[in-house]
Design a protein around this ligand. Structure first.
Ligand code: MOS
Length: 746
């Protein structure tokens, strides 16, 4: 393992995506596009009420409709044995087994599935099923339930208690010379990836293959195996491409077992694709939050007290519990001796919320960073200076040192690139003709997560290498980055390495979530490729015919696929030479990456600084983001092109959170009234200005062998606050509930 590799390093280079051509030519098959003989189509029937139960369900007309093969309802569906959730190694989102009874917990809950020869026949027949309900008035808003808010059963963000205290909050507030206390509201939001969830299920005897749009092939496999009471080896889950996910594909939702049940019922492969409307009711959402922030500070801007308390909604108990962990970042972001956090939940008939890009940090940093902006004004202090005065030099939550942190550099670089110095801090002081101009900033942060992962590397006789891990390509660049890592570990040209993913036949990979894929799968890929390299070199060093016979490992160097002697230029061969000479068709090695978080001496987080400029029409209240700069310290960058794209995407999503995105529920019926991309507003090109993401070079030897911290989620954090703070700066009006729509400014 001591061999020196002097490859023409490709890790970090802005290489094009290896799957780019496949995707733009349509050659990439997504989960709804797997070519298959004799396939049947499933259509889901959704409940039109949000709470109550089914009185009658009449399928007689639908059954006679052309092409219909079967209709499953709670009255006749073969039962799934159990639903394994994350806690038990599966991926089930809801505890409830679909179609297990006639009780209704939210609008759009699946109450039946129609299987037919064609998609159109299935969809038509689904509309012919007649249902009558015993309807109860649904519980749909936090407002009416505030008194009934309850303590979450589980932890907040996996590790935190719902109520925490550091120091003494009362004492901290007593010491304060300036206080801010405000409540901030974020609405329900939906992930809205371009690719809808889709499942194609195929049974061969008691063996099930599922092509599923998922961020967690192995979790889906476990849940399906447990659900059908068959061994995990009998279930194969494949997902080669994902058209965006943002967290909604991290769980297995009810349509997946329903597709598999449907395929078994009709003894044919079945394809089930969610409609865009069903993407709003069946695959989770970001919960609404109501967050109260109390800040106490001395006149010179040192925080003496920080309290972050609030409520988010969750689903009815029968489905489970998801707590949007909006207080998690508050524990560690600033050095404040007295800190209190508290989270409560209310149970609504809105279905189960779930992870959505930076769950917790995205809404949490909106509230905290908006409150800090209010404090900066109260203190007449520059917002960056206020944050610098409260910079946490060590993690104030765990008292551990940071593995690396370059937040100060991010503030500096971001401010410089943005032109923060040009900002006149006085609200409503900057104009461009009749438009009001505002500049705002906020801190970004996200943890470095690492999960166990495995990979196998196979070197073929021609010297090419295939590396596999059952991970996922969500559009983030995983396939490209893993091949880059492998090429550098082997010291060979990028073109000779292929990385394959998305199949439970491959070595086990964790959920592609928590921005942890490079840290987790990357560690396994690097381990496996280095192990195969060592095996092949060992073959040479033990082979009398090799120029490297008996040569010390430390005297061997590898460059661009050539094995070289460090001091003897006459000695050289290739990996292929070694395998051919020994007549080995291939050599392989595996690696299991494990991380001991319990004994981690460091606190591992990414940090960044977000800067927004807005231009507001004072007569119309229309907000346009005109410039956006983000500076991030996220460890080593694996590929500047794909990493930059991640930052662009997160910032776009953050601008959507600030100005556009909101799922609106009819409070009377519990139905979502804007369940389409026409009426749920995500930013379009015209909404997005030039975005400039920058990376602060960071060397972090502690996070993983690559020194990469993950770039998926940090980019959305702080964005909404930066925009909201810019809106205040432009107008002098503080809007404390997102999104900041024109009506709120007039
Ligand atoms: Mo992400 S919300 O961890 O898929």
């Amino acid at each position: 393992m001591n061999t020196q590799v002097k490859n023409n390093i490709v890790t970090g280079k802005p290489l094009d995506r290896v799957d780019g051509r496949l995707k733009v030519t349509g050659a990439a098959h997504y989960s709804a596009e797997i070519p298959m003989q004799n396939i049947a189509y499933a259509a889901l029937i959704g409940s039109t009420i949000a709470r109550g139960s089914i009185k009658t369900i009449d399928t007689s007309v639908a059954e006679k409709s052309p092409g219909v093969l079967a209709i499953l309802t709670h009255l006749n569906a073969p039962k799934f044995v159990k639903l394994s959730t994350f806690a038990t190694g599966g991926a089930g989102a809801e505890n409830r087994i679909p179609l297990s009874d006639g009780t209704i917990y939210h609008s759009g809950q699946y109450i039946g599935v129609v299987i037919a020869d064609t998609f159109e026949q299935a969809t038509h027949a689904a509309n012919l099923v007649r249902v009558s309900y015993e309807e109860k008035s649904p519980i749909t808003d936090i407002e009416s339930q505030r008194e009934r808010a309850i303590l979450p059963k589980g932890k907040v963000g996996f590790t935190k208690e719902a109520d925490t205290m550091r120091g003494d909050i009362e004492q901290g507030l007593a010491q304060a010379e300036v206080r801010i206390e405000q409540t901030y509201i974020t609405p329900t939001e939906h992930h809205n990836p371009m690719e809808p969830h889709a499942t194609t299920a195929v049974w061969e005897g008691d063996k099930l293959t599922v092509y599923d749009a998922t961020q967690y092939t192995f979790g889906v496999r476990k849940s399906l195996a447990d659900g059908f009471g068959i061994p995990e080896e009998n279930v194969r889950v494949v997902c080669n491409f994902i058209g965006g996910a943002f967290g909604c594909k991290g769980n297995m939702w009810s349509h997946v077992p329903l597709a598999a049940l449907a395929a078994r019922s009709v003894q044919r492969p079945v394809k089930l694709v969610l409609t865009r409307q069903q993407m709003f009711t069946g695959v989770g959402h970001r919960a609404e939050t109501e967050q109260k922030i109390t800040l106490g500070a001395t006149k010179d801007g040192r925080l003496t007290a920080l309290a972050h308390k609030g409520i988010s909604h969750t689903c009815e108990e029968a489905l489970g519990e998801f707590v949007e962990p909006f207080t998690v970042a508050t524990h560690m972001l600033y050095a404040c001796p007295n800190l209190q956090t508290s989270q409560r939940i209310v149970r609504l008939n809105k279905g189960q919320p779930t992870f959505m890009r930076a769950p917790g940090e995205a809404p949490g940093t909106y509230a905290l960073e908006a409150a800090l902006d209010e404090l900066a004004y109260a203190l007449k202090l520059d917002p960056i200076e206020l944050r610098l005065r409260n910079h946490a030099d060590i993690d104030p939550d765990s008292n551990r040192p940071w593995s690396s942190k370059s937040l100060k550099e991010c503030y500096q670089l971001g401010a410089e690139k943005f032109g923060w110095a040009r900002r006149n801090p006085e609200p409503r002081s900057m104009r461009d003709g009749r438009y009001l101009i505002g500049m705002g900033m906020a801190t970004a942060t996200y943890p470095v997560y690492r999960f166990g992962a495995s990979a196998i590397a196979r070197m073929m006789q021609d010297g090419s290498v295939v590396v596999q891990s059952g991970s996922h390509e969500m559009g983030t660049g995983t396939a490209t980055v893993m091949a880059q890592l492998a090429a550098d570990a082997l010291g060979m040209p990028f073109e000779q390495v292929r990385f394959e993913l998305g199949d439970t036949k491959m070595p086990r990979a964790p959920v592609s979530g928590g921005s942890a894929t490079v840290a987790s799968v990357g560690t396994a890929v690097e381990g496996a490729t280095k192990a195969v390299r060592a095996k092949v070199l060992e073959m040479a060093r033990e082979d009398k015919r090799s120029p490297f016979y008996n040569v010390a490992e430390t005297d061997i160097a590898i460059q661009d696929g050539k094995i070289l002697h460090k001091t003897d230029a006459t000695k050289s061969e290739t990996y292929a030479d070694i395998l051919k000479r020994q007549n080995m068709p291939q050599v392989e090695a595996s690696f299991d990456a494990k991380f001991d978080e319990a004994n981690n001496k460091f606190s591992m987080h990414s940090f960044g600084a977000q800067f927004a400029e807005v231009r507001i029409d004072p007569d119309l209240g229309e907000v346009r983001v005109t410039r956006f700069v983000g500076a991030f310290g996220t460890g080593r960058i694996m590929n500047y092109k794909t990493a930059r794209s991640q930052m662009l995407g997160g910032i776009v999503m953050g601008i959507g959170m600030a100005l556009h995105e909101e799922t609106i529920t009819d409070l009377q019926t519990g139905r979502i009234v804007n369940a389409s991309l026409g009426e749920y507003h995500v930013p379009v090109n015209a909404d997005i200005p030039a975005i400039e993401p920058y990376f602060v070079e960071e060397i972090d030897p502690h996070v993983n062998p690559m020194g990469a911290k993950g770039v998926g989620e940090i980019s959305i954090t702080g964005v909404a606050a930066a925009v909201a703070n810019a809106v205040y700066h432009a107008t002098g009006k503080r809007v404390r509930d997102l999104p900041i729509t024109p009506d709120k400014l007039l």
